[in-house]
Design a protein around this ligand. Structure first.
Ligand SMILES: Cc1ncc(C[n+]2csc(CCOP(=O)(O)OP(=O)(O)O)c2C)c(N)n1
Ligand SMILES: [Mg+2]
Length: 364
């Protein structure tokens, strides 16, 4: 995709495909015959949709970065480098029925579930016509089966488990999916959620998203095992991992998990390694560069999930012109959305009295 000198991490600005990594991209999902069969069955349109989803996610973040530089907003929480961990799994769901519970790195899940980019950006501006009516910077829309992120980390998993229990009681063939960060996974509520889901055999997918850092604390400082691959065993639940920078591997691994959930075989924990290519938010990007080893940025920068997927698509017969067409569409979608959201800010900020409405329950 186009490079953005003012906003991209240097590793993306200088990105060139590493032939070995491009080769391994296809080998990763193909190593498992079940995943391979799922990917092989993807239509050309579905493959491009995954690409569109990752572009939309990256460009949404770039629009926010631009607003920070322009002083429109003071900061933004981004998912740069983690797009595949969000987009692949969402596309593997039945988006007519299933419910997702994204956290800040998974804002892309909202759009992939049908929330407009304009509404995402209105959420940041706190306008009256944003999904929360201006009362929360986190964006969700339960009508589109997206739980609004709960700021207290580790508190989304119990809600997702509760929704899965409701699915069972109401005999709805749905699955819930949430992402739990390497830091958040240590919270008490997360532990209770994992355990309850396991003993009740509820249809929940937990993606343990290890982006190597929690706020400013590197994972090695807050977690003794080298990864989260065996955590599922502590709860007696099924689990496997996927490559967090490989959208096809994430798609296939999640499809298998969703099938298992729908078959009534209980929850699945997916462990994923990826990397936060920026700061916790835009305010501490330089600090992250000082705190985390440069080699980590180089290693994960070479694995840009969008760059690698572009190379994969081209190797599998997609014309670069076709990718450029999708990128142009996504860029226009984001630009239009930013303009629309700014109009809302000019004309549609919430009345102060509205803060008193819908505090305990929301009938919308
Ligand atoms: C209960 C609670 N404690 C602390 C915080 C402040 N906080 C917000 S994000 C975060 C780190 C989360 O790390 P991780 O789970 O790895 O997610 P990441 O930000 O890396 O995606 C912390 C400590 C919070 N929001 N809620
Ligand atoms: Mg983290």
């Amino acid at each position: 995709m186009k490079k953005f000198p003012a906003y991209d991490p240097p590793e993306y600005l200088n990105w060139r495909p590493d032939p070995e990594l491009v080769k391994r991209f296809a080998e990763t999902y193909a190593a498992d015959p079940a995943r391979r069969a799922i990917v092989d069955a993807l239509s050309a349109a579905a493959r491009l949709d995954l690409y569109r989803g990752m572009l939309r996610t990256r460009l949404h973040d770039l629009a926010l970065k631009r607003w920070v530089k322009q002083g429109v907003i003071s900061k933004a929480w981004l998912g740069t480098g983690e797009e595949a961990t969000t987009v692949g799994p969402v596309h593997a769901l039945n988006r007519e029925v299933d419910v997702v519970g994204p956290m800040i790195r998974n804002a892309g899940a909202c759009c992939e579930m049908g929330i407009s980019v304009a509404d995402m950006l209105r959420g940041y501006l706190g306008t009256a016509d944003s999904p929360s009516g201006g009362r929360d910077g986190h964006v969700g829309a339960f009508g589109l089966r997206v739980l609004q992120p709960i700021s207290n980390i580790g508190n989304v998993p119990p809600v997702m488990v509760g929704i899965a229990l409701a699915f069972r009681l109401k005999k709805i063939d749905g699955v819930t999916l949430t992402w739990v960060g390497d830091g958040s996974v240590k919270s008490g509520p997360s532990h209770e959620a994992f355990n309850f889901a396991a003993v009740q055999r509820l249809p929940v997918i937990f993606i343990i998203q290890n982006n190597q850092v929690a706020l400013g604390t590197p994972v090695a400082v807050h977690h003794l095992p080298g990864n989260f691959d065996e955590l599922h065993e502590a709860y007696g639940m099924a689990g496997w991992s996927f490559d967090g920078n490989n959208v096809l591997d994430g798609y296939a691994a999640t499809r298998l998990a969703a099938d298992q959930c729908r078959a009534g075989e209980g929850p699945v924990m997916l462990s994923v390694d990826t990397f936060r290519m920026g700061g916790h938010a835009t305010h501490d990007e330089q600090e992250a560069r000082r705190t985390l080893p440069e080699a980590l940025f180089a290693y994960w920068g070479a694995r840009d999930p969008i760059g690698l997927y572009e190379e994969y698509l081209v190797e599998h017969g997609v014309e670069r012109a076709e990718l450029e067409r999708v990128e142009l569409e996504a860029t226009e979608e984001i630009d239009r959305a930013a303009d629309e959201a700014l109009v809302s800010r000019e004309s549609n900020m919430p009345d102060p009295e509205s803060a008193l409405r819908d505090v305990y329950a929301d009938s919308r």
